[in-house]
Write a protein that binds this ligand. Structure first.
Ligand code: TEU
Ligand code: CA
Length: 544
């Protein structure tokens, strides 16, 4: 057990994700920026967050909104300047808020100088990427891209390059020691500037073991050649021992398609790889293999998945939303009658689980999926590519429209609703993406003024977590629970809490443990011992 002086700062942290393009626009060009973030630091302080995970702000042509980096040591002018970034780091530091940068090192942008030199034929830089001759009339192998279609694109000189994401995102060759030197140098550059760690984009697929054909699959053919490879573990261990361990970093990996066993290896403290990982199984609870094809969401399945991951990992990175997923009230809650109750329930659950909780911008006010009028309102490159792929498969327009609107990542990328004005307090100009009309009642200004709002529930819940040893560092145990109601305990040396979550819109009978209801989303007067109201969340204390 670590003593309090050696304890890692992030063990009891609440982290808030900012997607800068959609957070707050300070100069009226319709695009959120660093100045906007600085202007909201007090808001975040007041909310109670300890650190910000900042989605990419590096130079980028923006085909994937910054996940296509063209210069890792510079800032996208849409977002500001390096001076703005330094100001953000120092202002945040003064308020006790740490900054965690997004690090995208599976691929660069096709505009990156390295790739441009490679295309021009410079052999040094060609070896930074995967350039290969085609086979027969086609690509070098049969791998598929995460965004639909093939993972290879032909260059003007007739050969192909590998890209697991869009063709604007060529994959780096991690077999090349120069790539290792370049990227670790970039890590040091930012750590020396005072950032507190990284969220490592798709970190478990960066090392390709071979470029052989994959077993044919419905999606992501080829993945057995790059998913959680031994070489990837070794790389991460070197990052850790040679760079991260020299600073007091928190490193969270975005690890796609991981099982609990993979995740254990990647985040086991003794292996000295990542501090925590994001898993996806709960996000896919309602998908039929491919996220675009949905099935009915069943709360009992969500409970089984969360329970499994709570048991498997000591410090899971917990989340219900991020910039790639639909809004959590749409996903696991209710956007009608129980919008407020279900948003509070999801808050309570996220902040009661064992691990590090992440809150995504707008989640704290219960923002909902976008109200796009049609495919024309969507900006996301993934949605664009999937639409093209579906067209090739002869899906009719109405079907493509339905499938894409309900799942597009842009659902989470509409501007944060600060107030009910035309620009939602996000911008005085023309927003880069449509603002949701429900800003009229879902907005920070109104919710700040309402003591019983979702926003104030978040504040109280964060505060509650901060003051509870059981929630901060207690163990986790699931209590036998009826269908669709999640009951578990968190227990530390001298505190035992029972957490009750009714994940449905119906009243549920439950067995009552503990003595004293101390927190919840229904007013005290309505608390009944043996019933949970729709989407009720409650914390019950018990003597040990
Ligand atoms: O996401 C990786 C990833 O697997 C997702 O794109 C996934 O395919 C889907 O969106 C979730 O169902 C990361 C970033 O978070 C994402 O924004 C980037 O587009 C992607 O990597 C490429 O850098
Ligand atoms: Ca701006």
């Amino acid at each position: 057990m670590a003593t309090s002086s050696t304890k890692k700062w992030w063990k009891n942290a609440v982290i808030y994700q900012i997607y800068p393009r959609s957070f707050c626009d300070s100069n009226g060009d319709g695009i959120g920026d660093i100045g906007g973030i600085i202007s909201k630091l007090h808001y975040l302080k007041d909310l109670g967050v300890d650190a910000i995970w900042l989605s990419p702000v590096y130079s980028s042509p923006g085909y994937d909104n910054g996940y296509d980096i063209s210069d890792y040591k510079d800032i996208n002018p849409d977002f500001g300047t390096m001076e703005d970034m330094e100001r953000l780091i120092s202002r945040a530091k003064r308020l006790g808020i740490k900054i965690i940068m997004d690090l995208v090192i599976n691929h660069t942008s096709d505009h990156h100088e390295w790739f441009q030199k490679a295309l021009a034929g410079d052999p040094k830089y060609r070896d930074y990427y995967y350039f290969r001759e085609g086979k027969g009339h086609g690509a070098p192998n049969n791998w598929g891209s995460f965004f639909g279609g093939k993972a290879w694109t032909k260059t003007e000189s007739g050969d192909y390059y590998l890209h697991l994401f869009s063709k604007r995102q060529p994959d780096l060759n991690w077999h090349n020691p120069d790539v290792y030197e370049e990227i670790t140098d970039i890590m040091r550059f930012w750590l020396d500037k005072g950032v507190a760690g990284f969220r490592c984009d798709v970190i478990n697929i960066i090392y390709k073991e071979s470029l052989e054909n994959g077993i044919k699959r419905f999606s992501l053919t080829g993945r057995e050649h790059y998913l959680n490879t031994e070489g990837c573990h070794e790389l991460i261990q070197r990052f850790n021992s040679e760079v991260w361990s020299k600073y007091k970093t928190f490193i969270v990996g975005e690890t796609v398609m991981v099982t609990p066993d993979d995740a254990k290896l990647l985040s086991d403290e003794n292996r000295k790889e990542l501090d925590a990982v994001f898993f996806f199984e709960h996000m896919d609870v309602d998908s039929r293999g491919i996220k675009w094809f949905k099935k009915k969401y069943r709360p009992c399945k969500l409970i089984r998945i969360l329970d499994k991951w709570q048991e498997a990992l000591e410090v899971p990175a917990n989340y219900f939303e991020n910039h790639d997923q639909i809004r959590s009230v749409n996903h696991f809650g209710n956007t009608g009658k129980y919008w407020e109750k279900s948003a509070k329930l999801l808050c309570g659950l996220n902040l009661s689980l064992r691990g590090v909780p992440f809150i995504y911008e707008g989640e704290e006010i219960g923002m909902t999926n976008a109200d796009f009028r049609g495919l024309r309102d969507i900006k996301d490159i993934e949605s664009y590519n999937i639409n093209q792929a579906m067209k090739r498969l002869l899906f009719v327009h109405s079907v493509r429209r339905k499938l894409i609107l309900q799942t597009t990542r842009d659902n989470a990328r509409t501007p944060v609703q600060w107030d009910s004005s035309e620009g939602a307090g996000f911008t005085t100009g023309e927003p880069w993406i449509k603002i949701n009309a429900n800003k009229s009642y879902i907005n920070v200004q109104d919710e700040s003024a309402d003591e019983n709002s979702i926003l104030n529930f978040y504040k109280k819940m964060i505060e509650f977590r901060k003051n509870s040893q059981a929630l901060a560092e207690g163990n986790y145990r699931r209590v036998a629970s009826p269908n669709d109601v999640y009951i578990f305990t968190r227990e530390s040396k001298d505190e035992r809490l029972y957490i009750y979550c009714n994940l449905t819109g119906f009243t549920k009978a439950v067995e009552f443990y503990g003595d004293n209801i101390i927190f919840g989303n229904y007013p005290e007067s309505k608390w009944e011992k043996s019933y949970l109201k729709p989407y009720e969340f409650r914390i019950v204390a018990s003597n040990i």
